[in-house]
Design a protein. Sequence first.
Length: 256
Amino acid sequence: MKKKTVFYGRRFGESVELDPNMWTVPYGDMMTNLMIFFLILFALTTLQQQALKVSEDKMFVKKLEKFGKISLTADKIKVTFSQDIIFPKGSPDVSDNFKGVLLDVSDYLKNNPGTVIVEGHSDSTPLRWGKHKDNWYLSAERGWSVVSELIKNGISPKRLQVRGCGEFNPIASNSTDEGRAKNRRIEMTILKIKTEEPEKFIYYKTTAGENITDISKKVLGDEKFSQKILELNNGKIDDKGRIIQNTEILLPFNPK
């Protein structure tokens, strides 16, 4: 017969039989406390990382404030630079002074892996000299000049998108010198998340009077893309969907 384990309490003759599994109670309490401790530690670490990220964003914004207008939100940073401080008049080449600013931008981008969109904009003053036949070409090349500097500074081209918007997205009136100066700008949007493969476009040479529905069907295989063509080529197509004059237009590449 197995001998029982007994415990003699303070009162003479009083005894209880010990449960062999009693050790699980303090062990369970200890595991619960450890879990709570590590959850608190994880939460504090996450909050600290978020605080450091916010601090980094604010420092970056402060560096660029004297060069342009800054908009900071939870999902992106948008910087609007005046082209007059980036490029010599009529030139697409980035000035030496502004290359230093783009170095600061590149340093920030190396620690923040989101997509970067660079848009070139111009005023409506017609170009009368130089190699660029219109403002659209000039704005696209200026956008590319900024992107190429970022690539030289070590930013992957896969993260970068460049767009030339010409005079078609003004933020001020083109009837005054002040308004035209505001419209000549580079807009850089730094997304805080990675996006899917950027949309691609091709140039297509057209003649006056061509209908975008026919172009959509002939080049892209379906007339349903004519609305997209209209959106991409504001000012080059009349209200009946016809090309206004001989020019090159943008078409979506491999649309879905």
